[in-house]
Design a protein around this ligand. Structure first.
Ligand code: URP
Ligand code: ZN
Ligand code: ZN
Length: 495
């Protein structure tokens, strides 16, 4: 039986423009967008009134960790509870991370994560982390790209003695990514420096959460961002830097882009709005709840991140949703290096960015769509199926009530975690309805998420031009040599 939904009387907002239109979805896809969409609606179509509201593409959170086994425990939100919380906040797709243990085959880890994600309530994809290097890893990267719809590989430059990659792995994996038409991504923090500083901070007798930011200062992130960007430049491969949290990393990206390098940056909702004073809370549980990496920064960094989004030097917003309850965080009561790293935000991202972005005049509604869905869809090669309200796209939509208000609290959130990093923040601009695959899954406070309804979304490899740089700054990069070869051959023939 056909299922159809007609949303009437709203203002459609895409990344390129906003306009008054009705939106018709049939069987999970957008069938018509326009003032006369109703004419094509089946008689039994469900109707939603969007008067006074915006109709936005469903949010894409390109950085989450549902049920991640990490630092001796497992993240508290699984693929159902985490994606359900996302739907309540207007996020209809996530890209999570497969993180193999060093020496674990990538394909084995990928299959495990695919299994865990079966219960997802929203659509999802995977970045796959490269945590070690061998011929087998190289082969599995090929399988993942060619057969499994993975077009991004993640590299942790931090977490020494766990999942950190050394430069050898970075170089090999970046090069292989380029061959495959996949984009490398990095968690940019110098893990050796963090390791050393953690010991120095402990020697000073600091064992509480206030030691966490001291052991991970902004330059530790700046160094790693610059190094990853330099490696990518030499090899001629585009690169995406996750959770850019500070001026040092944002500047590294801006400088590289000014040289013509394809470098992309992601910002977390938390880093835009929360500063490092949270680590000085004398209540261990509260301070520990904010322990994540990179840490929250002194206030001045926030404005730089906003400016990055406004100027187009930073591209996407995410949450790094990776939640641990108080008893899990308590593992680091006497040693901050043992506090499981991670915070939440999947349900709040859209509302806090709207409130501090659009209401504050930093972003237009279209720019909001760009940084909450469209740019991620484009960068990860699922546009316009995701991130756009257009005929043929998936009917993943949010009716956004710009006058609706809410005070964020752990007491009312849908995530299973016992804390909310945005606790007490009042926001104006909230979803009234969320539609996933053409079905209403959230309606004015009522969550109708269903386990298993989310689909794995394959992301194809990038096309041939992916390898080209806008302007090369390294003449001898392999891609430059390959490009020069035909010209050199014809010059030789002409001689
Ligand atoms: O602290 C964080 N961010 N935890 C999740 C793993 C990561 O680094 O992204
Ligand atoms: Zn990270
Ligand atoms: Zn992460």
């Amino acid at each position: 039986m056909t299922t159809s939904l007609l949303i009437r009387g709203g203002t459609v907002v895409n990344a390129d423009r906003e306009f008054k239109a009705d939106v018709l979805s049939i069987d999970g896809r957008i069938a018509a967008v326009g003032e006369d969409a109703a004419k094509n609606a089946p008689a039994n179509a469900q109707a939603l009134d969007a008067g006074g509201q915006y109709i936005l593409p469903g949010g894409i959170d390109p950085h989450t960790h549902m049920q991640l086994p990490f630092m001796g425990t497992v993240a508290a939100d699984d693929f159902f509870t985490g994606t359900a919380a996302g739907l309540a906040g207007g996020t209809t797709s996530i890209i999570d991370f497969v993180i193999p243990n060093p020496q674990q085959p990538l394909m084995e880890a990928f299959r495990m994560w695919r299994e865990w994600a079966q219960k997802s309530a929203a659509d999802y994809g995977f970045h796959v982390a490269v945590t070690w290097w061998s011929e087998e890893v190289s082969r599995d990267m090929g399988l993942l790209v060619k057969e499994e719809g993975v077009n991004t590989f993640k590299h942790f430059m931090a977490y020494k003695n766990a999942i950190m990659c050394d430069d050898e792995t970075l170089v090999n994996s970046f090069k292989r990514s380029l061959e495959l038409g996949a984009m490398p991504t990095v968690h940019a923090e110098n893990g050796e420096l963090v390791f050393l500083l953690q010991k120095e901070v402990a020697k000073m007798g600091i064992t509480g959460p206030e030691g966490h930011p001291l052991s991970r200062p902004p330059m530790v992130e700046g160094e790693a961002a610059n190094r990853a960007i330099a490696i990518a430049d030499v090899l001629g491969v585009p690169i995406y830097i996750v959770h850019v949290s500070c001026i040092e990393a944002a500047d590294a990206i801006a400088r590289a882009r000014a040289r013509g390098q394809r470098v992309y940056g992601e910002v977390l909702a938390g880093h835009l709005l929360i500063d490092d004073s949270v680590y000085r809370d004398p209540d261990f549980a509260k301070a520990a709840a904010y322990v994540m990496s990179p840490p929250f920064r002194p206030k001045g960094h926030q404005e730089a991140l906003w400016r990055g989004l406004q100027s187009g030097q930073l591209h996407t917003t995410a949450t790094d949703h990776c939640v641990f309850c108080a008893p899990q965080k308590a593992a680091g009561r006497n040693d901050f290096t043992k506090i499981p790293n991670g915070c939440g935000g999947i349900e709040e991202r859209m509302a806090v960015i709207w409130d501090a972005g659009v209401n504050a005049g930093r972003l237009t509604p279209s720019e909001f769509v760009a940084v909450t869905s469209a740019n991620a869809a484009k960068l990860f090669n699922i546009y316009p199926r995701k991130g756009s309200i257009s005929v043929g796209a998936d009917a993943d939509l949010v009716l956004w009530d710009p006058q609706g208000t809410k005070t964020i609290s752990a007491r009312t959130q849908h995530s299973k975690v016992d804390f909310n990093v945005f606790e007490g923040r009042k926001v104006r601009g909230i979803p009234s309805y969320t539609v996933s695959q053409g079905k209403v899954v959230y309606a004015k406070g009522e969550l109708r998420a269903e386990a298993g309804k989310g689909r794995y979304i394959k992301r194809p490899a990038f096309g041939a031009n992916f390898q080209a740089m806008a302007l090369r700054s390294q003449d001898l990069a392999p891609s430059a040599v390959a490009r020069a070869e035909p010209a050199m051959k014809s010059a030789a023939a002409a001689d």
